[in-house]
Structure formats: structure tokens, C-alpha cells
Design a protein around this ligand. Structure first.
Ligand SMILES: Nc1ncnc2c1ncn2[C@@H]1O[C@H](COP(=O)(O)OP(=O)(O)OP(=O)(O)O)[C@@H](O)[C@H]1O
Ligand SMILES: [Mg+2]
Length: 337
């Protein structure tokens, strides 16, 4: 016989000890203690039996379990995020260090050359030879120009960073700009027994753009093609019409760029860290400048490269709705009619 207290069975006597084929019941429950064992006659046992033990246990721990999983997740996420931030900062600081090293190096060379030239001019042996003095003065002037252009480049980047630059947009014949850049650059390539070819096929090379900046980005790409060709450079610059507008491609047969590096070359300060490439000095600013200028012109820049075989940098300038030259041609055609 039993009584029910708060929906639980309380067995009053030992009764028939029925077990259901070894299945847990109140009689063979493992949760069993003798009551008042100090008494002369113990009144009996207290046994507990849970018909749905697993469910009960689960139900009681479930909220805590879910919460702890959620919090562990949050903690893991924060940890991952922190590691990411630290990693990014580390890379950035490495890049900045590289930049400072490169910059000091790039400035040290001209400063040393200028100092040597100045010393030489000061020496009595040279003073009596005006032609020699002229040579040293030329060296000083050239090194000075080089330093100036370096400072200019860093300043240019800072300006682009602040986004306070304005494009002087004008109708611009890309072929003229390219030809000019090639003329200026060919000497450097020839000095290394290389070739610099042009293949200008675009029918509509006139775009709306900033002549100075565009000349500058073409120069940057030619400079890279030359710098990253260890043997005699073989550079081709070509143009063609594409549906979006005009495409300018600068290809070289140099060292090429790995797939991983390709993702970062347009980042500021990024330079590929491999072997002897670092004999070639630079700030890692050239391509980020190219990208910034192309974006400002609503154009695109892309790279195709195979390590060891060479690289091609592709600039796509958008079609201008109607350029001034075309407008004049159209007007002239109307007048002629
Ligand atoms: N034509 C190329 N062939 C192989 N690697 C290239 C080429 N152009 C760029 N790279 C790689 O991309 C990196 C970034 O180029 P970027 O022009 O931005 O910097 P840089 O040439 O090192 O320095 P800077 O142009 O500021 O003097 C280079 O350091 C180089 O590793
Ligand atoms: Mg460069």
C-alpha cells in the first residue's frame, strides 16, 4: 500500500517486491538510503525512482547547457577575432618597418652620392678643372631630382590617402601619353639591353582623364616591369578597344607574381618577400597609387601573372560618353554637310 504525496508514491510497507524484469522500479532503485539508522529500529528506507530519468536530468541541465555553449561560442569568437586583429596589426607593423627601411635606404644612397660629389668639388685637384666640377654638379642635380621624386611619391600617396585630391579631367589621347612615357623610359630599358615595344591598336584612345596622374601610373607600371625583370627586360605596352572602353596592358617577361601575392600587391606598402627580390628597392606604393588613380577614373586594374614567366597589368578606362574631340569632329561633319 502507498500514499501519494505531491504526485509521488510513498510506500508504507515493504509489500511485494515487484520488479519489472530488471528494469528500474522503486524497489530496485539505486537511489536508496536507510532512514534514521541511529534509532533502535530503523523505520525503513527512502528510495527514489525516476520513471524518465534521462529526460528529467536533461530538462534540468538544458538551460545551463545551452547558455554555456552560447557563452563558449562567444568567447571563442572573441578569441578568434582578437587573434585576427593582432595578426593584421603585426603584418601592418612589419610592412611599415619595411617601408621605413626601404625609405632610409633610398635616401641614404643619394645623400651619400651628393656628399661625395660635394667633397670632390671642394678638393683642390678638382677645383682647377671646370669640366670635372660640371660633372659633379650634374651628379648632385640628378641625385637631388631623384630624392625629390621619392619625396613626391610619398606625399602623393599621403594625399591620396586623405582623399583630398582632385583630378584635372580633360580629353586625353592615351596613345600620346603612352608614347611620351615610353620615350622617357626607353633609355632605362636600353641600358639593360632590354626591349620596350608598343602595340597601340585602340581605335578610340581618347578618354577623359588627368594627364599627369595617368602618365604617372603608366610610368609606375613600366618601372615595375623593368625592376622585376632580372634578365634583359622585354616589355610590351599595348592598347585595344573593349566593350567598356579602352584597355591598356603592360606586360613583361620578368619574375611574375605568385597567386597569394597577387591578392596583396595593390595594398599600400606591400612588397613580395622572397629571396633576392629585395635587392630591388621600392616603397610598395606604386601599385596602390595605380589602383587609387584608376578607381578615381572609374576604371579597373587587373593583373595576370605566372611566376617565372612574367606579368601583365591591365588598365581599363571607361568610355567617355562623348569626348570633346569627337564632339568637334561631329560638329565639323555637320558643317560640311
Ligand atoms: N611586373 C611585376 N613583376 C613582378 N612582380 C611585381 C611586378 N609589379 C609589381 N610586383 C610586385 O608587387 C609589389 C608591389 O609593387 P609596387 O609597385 O606597389 O611597389 P614597389 O615597386 O615595390 O615600390 P614602388 O613602386 O613604391 O617603388 C612589388 O614589390 C613586387 O613584389
Ligand atoms: Mg613599383
Amino acid at each position: 500500500s502507498y500514499v501519494i504525496v505531491n504526485d509521488h508514491f510513498v510506500v508504507e510497507d515493504s509489500g511485494p517486491q515487484i520488479t519489472h524484469g530488471g528494469a528500474p522500479t522503486l524497489y530496485n532503485s539505486p537511489y536508496k538510503v536507510a532512514l534514521f539508522t541511529q534509532d533502535v529500529e530503523s523505520p525503513g528506507y527512502l528510495s527514489l525512482y525516476f520513471p524518465n530519468r534521462t529526460r528529467l536530468v536533461l530538462a534540468s541541465v538544458l538551460p545551463t547547457l545551452v547558455l554555456s555553449i552560447v557563452f563558449t561560442g562567444i568567447i571563442l569568437f572573441c578569441f578568434w577575432y582578437t587573434i585576427q586583429v593582432i595578426y593584421r596589426q603585426k603584418k601592418l607593423s612589419e610592412m611599415k618597418n619595411d617601408f621605413i627601411n626601404n625609405m632610409t635606404h633610398e635616401f641614404k644612397t643619394p645623400i651619400a652620392t651628393i656628399s661625395l660629389a660635394a667633397d670632390s668639388i671642394g678638393s683642390p685637384m678638382i677645383m682647377s678643372h671646370p669640366d670635372k666640377i660640371k660633372r659633379f654638379v650634374d651628379i648632385i642635380r640628378q641625385e637631388n631630382r631623384r630624392m625629390n621624386s621619392q619625396v613626391e611619391r610619398v606625399l602623393q600617396m599621403a594625399m591620396i590617402d586623405k582623399k583630398d585630391f582632385q583630378l584635372n579631367l580633360d580629353d586625353l589621347n592615351l596613345h600620346e601619353v603612352i608614347q611620351q612615357a615610353v620615350d622617357n623610359f626607353s633609355l632605362q630599358v636600353e641600358k639593360r639591353d632590354g626591349v620596350l615595344r608598343t602595340d597601340l591598336k585602340a581605335q578610340r584612345p581618347v578618354i577623359e582623364g588627368d594627364a599627369t596622374h595617368i602618365a604617372s601610373i603608366i610610368h609606375n607600371l613600366l618601372d615595375n616591369a623593368n625592376k622585376y625583370s632580372p634578365e634583359n627586360p622585354d616589355i610590351t605596352i599595348s592598347t585595344r578597344d573593349v566593350p567598356m572602353g579602352v584597355e591598356v596592358t603592360v606586360s613583361d617577361k620578368g619574375i611574375g607574381i605568385s597567386k597569394d601575392a597577387r591578392k596583396h600587391i595593390f595594398d599600400k606598402f606591400y612588397r613580395v618577400h622572397t629571396g633576392n627580390i629585395h635587392d630591388v628597392k621600392g616603397f610598395g606604393l606604386g601599385l596602390s597609387y595605380v589602383k587609387a588613380i584608376m578607381t578615381a577614373h572609374k576604371g579597373l586594374v587587373d593583373v595576370k601573372s605566372e611566376p617565372g614567366k612574367g606579368s601583365s597589368f591591365i588598365l581599363t578606362f571607361p568610355k567617355t560618353v562623348i569626348t570633346q574631340v569627337e564632339r568637334e569632329m561631329a560638329e565639323r561633319a555637320i558643317v560640311e554637310e
